[in-house]
Ligand binder design. Structure first.
Ligand SMILES: [Zn+2]
Length: 422
């Protein structure tokens, strides 16, 4: 009996130490994904198709929607006052997302770094919703007390805790229309989970969105020291937009994330390495890309999405999550990088185009939009002026080649390259 107590005490101490001091990054992707492809094996084929499209598409040509704004609602579930994180902490996360997704982070890899040329600006921005699904004003934040001290994540969307967090009838908070809002739930996890996300093609319905540990969200507040730069949420939204872990989730040299400009690597990188860090799978010249947001390094050591990852996420927003393009939910951008001179939420398609090019946008404008198309010599080959922001351009008389679309309205502007192929 005495012996048993000693063993139990030692076990308790070990488990306690492990939980408090040695929390490694742990995201729910792998277990959830494996569950998912077992249930819906057709997902693998869809993924391959999307990867092929992304790999073929030229970065500039694939930016066919300008800047895409994603309205966010944050659902905070708290048991203690500490868990009821402040508005300031929440807003700091939105700033961090815009910083990372627009590649304006001050810890960006320096020019001359061997990965510098691969840094991708996704042209995706996040904003707090100013209108709820009933058309009422909101801060984009809602809060609710839960009697549950902490949650765990099993990798299964039907497990008990998921059904509490995401359902108000069980004491949680319901999603707002997931085709219009990115739903982020904040909760306390003591099983080591920092966050997890649903994927673009998983039929998650009202469970679609991202869940984050309250101490790994934002850049201010009572944060875990390795996860205090908002990168857990950057990473999870990467999954929400279809990205996989950079090492391909299986520890060998065959598994891959399907993205060509992220080098292969054997397994996840933890902690904070520096310099060139190669393994048996990675190219000698660059080693592993442990600075990637989709690795498992500490927040302070992550710095980039690649151009092809950006392309892939853009492709998801133009296909599986296209309801976010031209989304008209009013929302507040909280960021130093907002470019107010950019015309937003424009949808231009198809690209490459053959006979017609369509331009759609949600906003009506008092000032007319000037739409011009230039050829490679800089000559205007088409010009029109429209008030209603929805138009089509006939291209059948144009030769095959790259053209430059320029839309202006007042001091706002939008540019994009268009490939004409008959
Ligand atoms: Zn992950």
């Amino acid at each position: 009996m005495f012996r048993k107590i000693i063993v139990l005490s030692i076990l308790f101490v070990l488990v306690g130490v492990n939980m408090v001091f040695a929390q490694q990054r742990k995201c729910g992707y792998t277990s959830y994904y494996l569950n998912l492809i077992e249930k819906y094996p057709e997902i693998l084929k869809e993924e391959q198709e999307l990867q092929q499209i992304s790999e073929k598409s030229n970065y500039k040509l694939s930016q066919n929607s300008g800047i895409i704004q994603i309205p966010v609602v944050v659902h905070v579930l708290y048991n203690t006052e500490n868990q009821n994180i402040s508005d300031e902490q929440i807003k700091s996360q939105i700033v961090a997302l815009n910083r990372d997704y627009r590649a304006t982070n001050s810890d960006k890899l320096p020019g001359g770094h061997y990965f510098f040329d691969r840094i991708g600006d996704t042209e995706i921005e996040f904003c707090l919703a100013k209108e709820n699904p009933f058309g009422e004003p909101t801060t984009g934040i809602e809060r609710k007390y839960t009697s549950k001290i902490s949650f765990a994540y099993s990798g299964n969307l039907n497990d008990e805790d998921e059904n509490i967090i995401k359902k108000s009838i069980n004491g949680g908070l319901d999603a707002w229309n997931p085709s219009k809002y990115l739903n982020i739930w904040i909760a306390n996890f003591t099983d080591g989970t920092l966050g997890y996300a649903t994927f673009p093609n998983d039929n998650a319905g009202i469970k679609d969105g991202v869940v984050i540990h309250y101490r790994a969200f934002g850049t201010t507040g009572n944060l875990l020291s390795s996860y205090n730069k908002g990168r857990t949420t950057t990473h999870e939204i990467g999954h929400w937009l279809g990205l996989k872990h950079i090492w391909g989730d299986v520890d060998n040299c065959f598994a891959d994330d399907g993205i060509s400009d992220t080098p292969k690597q054997y397994d996840a990188t933890y902690g904070c390495p520096s310099g060139l860090y190669a393994d048996e799978c990675s190219p000698e010249s660059t080693g592993r890309m442990y600075q990637n947001f989709m690795d498992y390094t500490d927040d302070a050591c992550m710095a980039l999405f690649t151009i092809k990852q950006a392309d892939y996420m853009r492709n998801i927003l133009n296909t599986k999550r296209s309801s976010f393009v031209g989304n008209d939910i009013p929302c507040e951008i909280i960021s130093a990088v907002t470019n107010n001179t950019q015309i937003r939420n424009v949808k231009i398609y198809p690209n490459p185009a053959s006979n017609y090019l369509f331009i759609d946008g949600m906003s009506n404008n008092k000032e007319p939009y000037q739409i011009r198309l230039f050829n490679e010599l800089g000559q205007i080959v088409y010009h029109t002026s429209v008030v209603l922001y929805k138009t089509e351009i006939e291209l059948s008389a144009l030769r095959n080649g790259i053209y430059y679309l320029d839309i202006t309205s007042g001091d706002k502007q939008y540019n994009q390259s268009i490939l004409v192929l008959h």
